[in-house]
Design a protein around this ligand. Structure first.
Ligand SMILES: [Zn+2]
Length: 51
């Protein structure tokens, strides 16, 4: 399983399942790190734009 916040692979021991109350649709449970982690910085980066 993977952390849905920082995208890292997690073992069952490191993972924490939380209920995302505001989620649309059924199944609002997400898996994140037990320890506070930072969201992946690449999340909103534009892809394909040159440097
Ligand atoms: Zn994480």
């Amino acid at each position: 399983m993977f952390c849905q916040r920082c995208d890292k692979p997690l073992t069952d021991d490191e993972a924490e399942r939380i209920v995302n109350a505001g989620a649309t649709g059924a199944g609002g449970t997400i898996t994140v790190c037990r320890i506070p982690c930072k969201p992946s910085p690449r999340q909103t980066s534009p892809v394909g734009l040159g440097r």
